[in-house]
Design a protein around this ligand. Sequence first.
Ligand code: ADP
Ligand code: ADP
Ligand code: MG
Length: 498
Amino acid sequence: MAKIKKILVANRGEISLRIMRTAREMGIATVAVYSEADRLSPHVLFADEAVCLGPPPSAKSYLLGDKIIAVCVELGVDAIHPGYGFLSENADFARKVQEAGLIFIGPSPEAIEVMGSKLAAKQAVAKYDIPLVPGTEEAISDIPVAKTRAAEIGYPILIKASAGGGGKGMRVVENEAEFEEQMQRAVSEAQSSFGDSAVFIEKYISSPRHIEIQVLGDQQGNILYLFERECSIQRRHQKVIEEAPSAVVSPEMRKAMGEAAVGVAKACDYYGAGTVEFIVDGELNFFFLEMNTRLQVEHPVTEMIIGKDLVREQILIAEGKPLSFTQDDLKINGHSLEVRVYAEDPKNNFLPDIGKLETYKRPQGAGIRVDDGFEEGMDIPIYYDPMIAKLITHAEDRQSAIEKMVRAIEDYKIVGIQTTLDFCKFAITHDAFVSGDFDTKFVENYFSPSVLEQEFSESELELLSALAVEFFTKNKPSGLLKSESISNKESAWRNRLQ
Ligand code: ADP
Ligand code: ADP
Ligand code: MG
């Protein structure tokens, strides 16, 4: 059995730092890689050793698999952790890592390959009796044939890139008249974004929930499910708020979904940590969507409720150790929420916002975890995913986890960049979220930029009232103020406070 002594993390930002922290706790030396844009990043400063890969664009730095492997050989590294994104779901890279005599902290290259193609994945799980979203079983290219299939499935339908990911490569088609144009766009997008033009059709489930199951398997063939994560609050088909457990999953449904997820993992002889994603309709029927063969962004909410460190488990599995616990040992303890703090402007269609973190103060206290990769004064580079941090709370029940999150968001001070924090506070305090009755259409149904204009935190209100008193004192003789001037002042303060 291999003992890992030195790990290189082929990633950046919060996830790189998060992985290295666990490695250090396990007595394992760490090597960071970085691009010229990340020279002074916390993940670089934290590592025992750090190597510059090249200029900022990912293709010239974080995606240079061969260079990363050469660095490992040179520095006597014995294992590579790929994090998420970048090379994490690249089967060729995983294979080359193994061929170089190194350990890839993740599943086998074959499992990555099968699950990396949404179509191959559906075919692989077919014999395990896993419910699938109705759709085509093969890639479609012939437009008349595709139209016939779409009509059989029934509009609205979704055209999806088989190699897609990160919420990209999907097109909703409402009716037959739009079909041809959307199909052509989908094919060319799939080719340009993923280098694979294969697309397929799925029934578009209206107002579904996205609920996924964390799985963990060892190299001896044991596979367990670590319960669910609810990830229905999304924008652009991408998650922004996650929680565990889900407010709608009963113990019976949890067991059924968990066992289905284990079936998916078995279909590709999975080992390591992985996530099986399901879409859930209004009647709580669940359908397999895809499997992500890596550590997921939102893995902390699972860690909080089961009391385990998933990166530690990944490392132990990569060393060849059998899992040290059974399905029956796993229990859900309390409730956990995660909000993703993106450098994005929710008032402007969630477009990325770049700039400097002029003020950056993290919230603190029991039950609060911040996984981030920036410090005050740093710029958010434009080259990568605009996520600044993940803010996670854990409490004894859902309501307390929400209350803790509201307090944590209010205590999080970020000036210089627009972020998703205010949006997240709006979302988690909305009646639909609080009641648990929400779906992936949450943003579309309830959010508009104006809802944020009315939202004030207590500290903002205190400042506003102080300001109003000062304003009244200075402008005494002029009589009553027009409400307009107050609101102008309010927005001026808001701009300064954000
Ligand atoms: P998760 O799937 O872990 O919940 P995301 O869907 O946001 O989280 O994806 C995690 C990261 O991986 C993001 O940076 C996303 O852009 C990236 N990503 C996921 N799949 C792909 C893909 N097929 N191609 C490129 N980037 C991807
Ligand atoms: P990605 O690889 O980009 O993560 P997924 O297949 O996991 O792609 O889908 C991402 C999101 O898109 C889901 O969480 C869901 O919100 C939406 N989605 C995917 N498939 C469907 C479908 N058949 N019907 C409705 N929404 C869907
Ligand atoms: Mg997905």
